[in-house]
Design a protein around this ligand. Structure first.
Ligand SMILES: [Zn+2]
Length: 393
């Protein structure tokens, strides 16, 4: 289920979420719209905070150094996401947007490539882009004096350093080390990392979509837990936080997998709302006041709307009337959503819900043989099914 379209139905939650996800468009990079998440304001703030010592003032040299590191990290993450986005576009899949967070990023690909190898390539392209940067840094370091010693030092192969690396060597070393870390870290076979998505794509055919999701999300938790421990052991808060993030997202996707399974095994009958005669039909010719009364009488969150020939044309939602209609005397028609979908009673609830979300409507009208009206399924009632812990069919 697509969360963003579902929350669009809940106005206040939508406002809160769009506040949290606020970002600035920095432009198009190779034609891909690229956004900076608002939490980036913490980056210069943190750099200035840590470069300042009371009594000594601002250490501008330290501020410049950490700004360079931040800029490098930003570039490595951008290159990673561009890897995904550009390969996706090359395989004929839209890349709508790249969003960059201070310590990560995401490429929004609304569709998935049809062929398995194209899908694997799209997910592998991010880590491969980082490996490419690491190789460039490796070659550049080899061309420097004491290059081999420097490489061994930066890869932590020899802890004892007799050299004092120049600034350029340090930057190349960071490019080498961080990109290898980004590449191999993201290739761990755990959801939501690229490696987990590759594994899921590979397992989809032999195991099926739902089981392969369950496998990679379970791996996310299994791999995440020792990584949290390792983060604490090494005193690395980034690793620990990243691992907690992996566990949380895997847990959510795992739950999502079970919920889809549950919906797929449920018939619309379980959440069907049956209209008592014609009493709860809204007609486009009615006033807001009359419809408000009908909402109170029925207790329904949504009511079906009919035209003068008694044909359904859509739905109207009580919260829309409460928030947008000013007076009881005005016509209800402008507040109705003139779109709805129909479904046969045999269709499973997962498929009906997915169609409701895709069409971005309030619900589905369930029609039996010969177009006989059986009842309605509303998204809110489907949410109710998912909240019930012990669902008895
Ligand atoms: Zn990636």
């Amino acid at each position: 289920m697509n969360v963003t379209t579902t929350v669009a139905r809940i106005p206040n939650l939508h406002k809160v979420l769009s506040g949290i996800s606020y970002s600035w468009r920095i432009g198009k990079i190779f034609g891909v719209p690229t956004d900076l998440h608002w939490t980036f304001v913490f980056v210069p703030t943190a750099i200035l905070y840590f470069a300042y010592t009371p009594g000594y003032g601002m250490n501008w040299q330290s501020a410049a150094w950490w700004s360079t590191i931040a800029l490098l990290l930003f570039t490595f993450i951008l290159v990673h996401e561009l890897g995904h986005a550009l390969v996706a576009r090359d395989r004929g899949v839209r890349a709508d947007r790249i969003i960059l967070f201070p310590l990560g990023g995401g490429a929004y690909l609304p569709d998935q490539p049809k062929q398995l190898w194209a899908e694997v390539l799209v997910y592998a392209a991010g880590p491969l882009a980082n490996i490419f940067l690491a190789i460039l840094a490796w070659i550049a370091l080899l061309l420097r004096p004491d290059g081999e010693l420097l490489i061994a030092y930066f890869l932590r192969l020899s802890g004892n350093i007799v050299l004092r690396p120049a600034i350029l060597d340090q930057i190349l070393g960071i490019t080498l080390g961080v990109n290898l870390l980004l590449a191999f870290g993201n290739l761990l076979p755990a959801y939501p990392l690229d490696g987990g998505r590759i594994l899921r794509a590979l397992l989809r055919k032999p195991l099926g979509a739902r089981t392969s999701t369950i496998v990679v999300t379970a791996l996310g938790v299994l791999i995440g837990i020792p990584l949290v421990w390792l983060g604490f052991k090494l005193g690395d808060p980034l690793l620990a936080c990243g691992a907690v993030f992996i566990i949380l997202l895997s847990g959510m996707e795992y739950r999502n997998g079970w919920q889809r399974r549950r919906l797929a095994k449920t018939a619309p009958k379980a959440v069907l709302r049956v209209s008592e005669g014609e009493g709860w039909r809204v007609f486009t010719s009615e006033t807001v006041g009359a419809v408000r009364q009908r909402f109170r009488a029925s207790g329904w969150p949504v009511l079906p709307v009919f035209n003068q020939w008694n044909e359904q044309i859509g739905f109207v939602e009580t919260s829309v009337l409460e928030e947008e209609a000013d007076s009881d005397e005005e016509a209800v028609a402008p507040y109705c959503e003139a779109e709805f979908i129909t479904a046969p009673p045999e269709e499973d609830l997962l498929s009906v819900t997915e169609r409701i979300v895709t069409a971005n409507v309030y619900g589905a009208t369930i029609l039996g043989k010969g177009g006989k009206l059986i009842g309605y399924v509303f998204t809110e009632d489907v949410m109710g099914v998912l909240k019930r812990r012990w669902w008895v069919r």
